[in-house]
Design a binder for this molecule. Structure first.
Ligand code: SF4
Ligand code: SF4
Length: 92
């Protein structure tokens, strides 16, 4: 389970891997522009997942990726055909 959104500028994609997310809300609390919101979607493990609600406000700072303790946030560069993972590679 994952949620994804594409930046309007067209170069970055943020995905939240629901298999890894523990619903700690760090991404919601610390994103400086309030991109994430809590969703009503439960993961298979029973955590309410965040969702990318305002992708247009994302600055691409990558703080969410750095702070997520579960490595659940994946930011990829949509310009590159091989999509670069920023911290770790996760397979669903
Ligand atoms: S910081 Fe990571 S583990 Fe915590 S809610 Fe956000 S995506 Fe899930
Ligand atoms: S990259 Fe920065 S601005 Fe974009 S969602 Fe993550 S913390 Fe927020």
């Amino acid at each position: 389970m994952s949620s994804a959104a594409r930046l309007k500028k067209g170069f970055e994609i943020i995905e939240i891997n629901g298999n890894y997310c523990k619903g700690c809300d760090i991404c919601i609390e610390f994103c400086p522009t309030g991109v994430f919101e809590k969703s009503g979607t439960l993961s298979k493990k029973g955590y309410y997942l965040p969702v990318v609600a305002r992708m247009e406000d994302c600055t691409g700072c990558r703080l969410c990726d750095l702070l997520c303790p579960e490595l659940a946030i994946v930011i990829t560069d949509g310009k590159k055909s091989d999509n670069i993972r920023t911290r770790a590679d996760h397979d669903d």
